[in-house]
Design a protein around this ligand. Structure first.
Ligand code: ADP
Length: 485
């Protein structure tokens, strides 16, 4: 600030010196008449206005008017005017000097403004070029900060990334205590200039979310240029994020596809020998007479374990098919009571005194479902009820409906599932620690059941009270009834 004042003072002194020099040349050196002297003063004033500005030109005009009067208008040597015509000459001189100063200053400012705009445009163009070339690079926040500092020649640039809570710097200096302010402006819509310093600070908004915030020290930009700069930075950050997300999604997809293909291949390779083992063990147990108790027991173990492995492999194949989206739904209108009744039939031989209660209203709408796949999902949930609750406890199947959905509820009186695990049990291969030790299983059943229900557009979840039991809810879409005319 003080340097600005002293440079203006210097320019004022130089302006006065220039008028003094013009006076000296006209009066002492060439003895110019009043007209010539007037023109020389005017040229001097124009030069001052074009080079330094209006204030300097006005001061020079004042000084020139006094010199013109004193040295060139009669009576010479006095600040007075004898001939009224000379008043007209003096006033014309003053008016010309003022108008010329004003016009010249305006032209100077316009030229300056045009140059500034051109520079801003060139810099924004350079920034967009750099962003196009490095737009999806890693460490994008750091790259943008570095490029901003270089292109806009600012002392310091800091960009805050809310996702990693880190700041990337560009430029020669660090900005002290900037973190808190960057966090504050994350969601601010308008850029703000800190009055105490020359730091400009603004939030960077992407489509619908805050991408970060930006602080720049030692930069002076028009509003339009600043908005364009913020948009370019937002494009760079958003582009990089989108690209990263797409790359990640593609990597996940490829890895899933690979896993599914591998699992599919392995499972098929297992199936044939397993079927042979199972056929052989069952034949030994049923067809071979007089087996010693020890051989019978060992063969039973082979038989049971072959069944278990077979189940696991079947689940794995289903899962692989589902992951590869190979399962095509063949939806049709399905009456809920009939559908549930058919699934429950399969469990009758396993009841062993267990009560299986069905509580279905006859007014339930039909569901739009693939009957084979939907019954696989329901069977899985009921099967779990059998596996994880005491043999004497009851299992109940009920259903309710809304306008668009039918929810089939399978309730057991088993150990229940703690809230923190109520989502995890639907993960692939996840088995609760308690179950692992006691009940055989693959950890795939609920995963497959949920995938099937979700493929129908519905959902499968559990509501449970630890110690009292669990309720698995299969929500399937209700069939839209055709409009009868
Ligand atoms: P699996 O039964 O083969 O272990 P699932 O995917 O069917 O695999 O089930 C995952 C886990 O969820 C089981 O290991 C068990 O711990 C728990 N679980 C499932 N159903 C019930 C239930 N009705 N009651 C208590 N726990 C259950």
């Amino acid at each position: 600030m003080s340097s600005q004042i002293s440079s203006r003072l210097l320019r004022l002194w130089l302006s006065l010196a220039l008028i003094a020099a013009a006076t000296f040349i006209c009066y002492v050196a060439i003895h110019a008449n009043a007209t010539t002297a007037g023109f020389v003063f005017l040229v001097g004033i124009l030069v001052i206005a074009a080079t330094w500005g209006l204030i300097e030109a006005l001061v020079a005009s004042g000084a020139a008017m006094l010199c013109f009067n004193y040295f060139f208008l009669p009576p010479v040597g006095r600040l007075a005017i004898a001939d009224p015509q000379n008043w007209a000459a003096l006033l014309t001189f003053v008016a010309t000097a003022l108008i010329a100063s004003h016009l010249s200053d305006r032209a100077r400012k316009e030229a300056h403004e045009a140059k500034r705009r051109q520079q801003e445009t060139e810099r924004l163009y350079e920034l967009s070029r750099v962003i196009l070339l490095t737009g999806t690079a890693r460490h994008i926040y750091f790259q943008v900060a570095q490029n901003l500092a270089r292109i806009f020649e600012c002392r310091s640039v800091a960009i805050y990334d809310p996702e990693t809570a880190t700041i990337s710097y560009g430029g020669q200096q660090q900005l002290p205590e900037i973190e808190a302010r960057l966090k504050q402006v994350l969601t601010a819509t308008a850029p703000a200039q800190d009055p105490a310093s020359d730091v400009l600070i603004a939030g960077i908004a992407g489509s619908g979310r805050a991408l970060g915030s930006l602080a720049m020290a030692g930069i002076s930009l028009s509003d339009n240029a600043l908005q364009a700069l913020l948009k370019l930075v937002a494009i760079a950050l958003e582009g990089a994020r989108t690209q990263q997300a797409a790359t990640h999604a593609e990597a996940v997809r490829q890895s899933e596809e690979f896993k599914s293909t591998l699992l599919d291949a392995i499972a098929h390779e297992f199936k044939t020998p397993l079927t042979s083992i199972k056929v052989a063990s069952t034949s030994i147990l049923t067809d071979v007479p007089d087996l010693s108790p020890q051989v019978r027991e060992l063969t039973s173990i082979i038989d049971e374990e072959a069944s278990r492995l077979n189940l696991l492999v079947t689940d794995a194949v289903r899962m692989a098919q589902m992951d590869a989206s190979k399962i095509q739904l063949e939806k049709q209108p399905v009456a809920v009571a009939e559908f549930v009744g058919r699934v429950l039939e399969d469990f009758r031989p396993r009841l062993n005194g267990r009560s299986l209660r069905v509580n279905l209203s006859q007014t339930l709408p039909r569901i739009a479902a693939d009957p084979d796949l939907a019954s696989m999902a329901l069977r899985q949930v009921i099967d779990n009820g059998f596996k994880y609750s005491l043999p004497a406890s009851a299992i109940e199947v009920a259903a309710d409906a809304s306008a668009e959905w039918v929810t089939i509820r399978v309730r057991d009186q088993g150990p229940g599932i703690p809230k923190r695990e109520s989502e995890r049990i639907f993960d692939r291969f996840y088995r609760r620690r308690v179950a692992k030790d006691r009940v055989p299983g693959s950890g795939l059943g609920l995963y497959i059941a949920r995938e099937i229900v979700r493929a129908h557009g519905g959902d499968l979840w559990v509501e449970s009270v630890v110690g009292s039991g669990s309720e698995f809810c299969l929500m399937l879409p209700a069939q839209e009834e055709p409009v009868r005319s």
